[in-house]
Design a protein around this ligand. Structure first.
Ligand code: ADP
Ligand code: MG
Length: 248
């Protein structure tokens, strides 16, 4: 497998993660360059979500190293809050607090965890809401918004600390089909602005459009990685060929 050279924004080396006797990540390596959009594909249960959760320190790895801008964030002495300000994450089920306004959902972590003064947190949150096209919905409660709008709020929340890296886990899977497009369009814009992203998705057409590099996860590793044309039109491994064939 050819790895890109050049400086990494994020580098995972030899990650191992087990649940009981099950080995989910098996000495996995991943290199993400600055401004790169890496899309993770692979069968259900191949470890895409687990990998993203490990990168964000929501799961503790059994072994291996995670370097963010050269800092070893897998060192147990590292403060998780500090890392999470540098790595935003968005999930399939938006996970907004239902009793808090859109604005308060976005300012909660900056204010409570990162001690940003309220006025500054709100100013940043409003700028981020404008960015995701929801500048007029700051006072709304989540259930007054469509699913696509809620997911855009979740993305704004993940971006409010100006992270170096954004992780997205199947962020369109819970949406009605007619709402998928607005979220994908936002991700395409973020990419064109140079946001570094790692995206787990089962939407191959989106992966093909947005990825600089596609990584196919199988048996706990990145079995094959490359530009989307290569991965989708000339897969090398039998496992990737079988995975792609099963999608049709
Ligand atoms: P994917 O996102 O590619 O579908 P996951 O990372 O969700 O895969 O899951 C990989 C494997 O790890 C699955 O077999 C899943 O059942 C298992 N797994 C994930 N999280 C846990 C957990 N908290 N406890 C036990 N097993 C887990
Ligand atoms: Mg998953």
């Amino acid at each position: 497998m050819s790895l890109p050279t050049g400086p990494a924004l994020l580098e995972a080396r030899g990650l191992r993660k087990t649940f009981g006797t099950q080995v989910v990540l098996d000495r996995l390596d991943l290199h993400v360059g600055p401004g790169e959009c890496v899309v993770l594909i692979g069968g259900s249960g191949s470890g895409k979500s687990t990998l993203l959760r490990c990168l964000n320190l929501l799961e503790v790895v059994d072994d291996g190293q995670i370097l963010l801008e050269g800092d070893d964030i897998s060192d147990p002495r590292v403060r998780h809050d500090a890392v999470r300000a540098r790595i935003g994450i968005v999930f399939q089920a938006f996970n907004l607090f239902p009793h808090l306004s859109v604005l308060d959902n976005i300012t909660l972590a900056p204010r409570r965890v990162h001690r940003v003064p309220r006025a500054e947190a709100e100013e940043r949150a409003r700028a981020m809401l404008d960015r995701v096209g929801l500048g007029d919905r700051a006072a709304a409660l989540p259930d007054q918004l469509s699913g696509g709008q809620q997911q855009r709020v979740a993305i704004a929340r993940a971006l409010v600390n100006r992270p170096a890296l954004l992780l997205l886990d199947e962020v369109t899977s819970a949406l009605d089909p007619e709402l998928v497009g607005e979220v994908l369009a936002l991700l395409r814009e973020l990419r064109s602005e140079g946001m570094t992203m790692v995206i787990a998705t089962h939407e191959m057409s989106f992966a093909r459009q947005v990825a600089d590099r596609v990584c196919f996860l199988s048996e706990g590793r990145v079995l094959e990685a490359g530009p989307p044309e290569q991965i989708f039109t000339s897969p090398r491994s039998a496992r990737l060929r079988a995975f792609l064939a099963a999608l049709d």
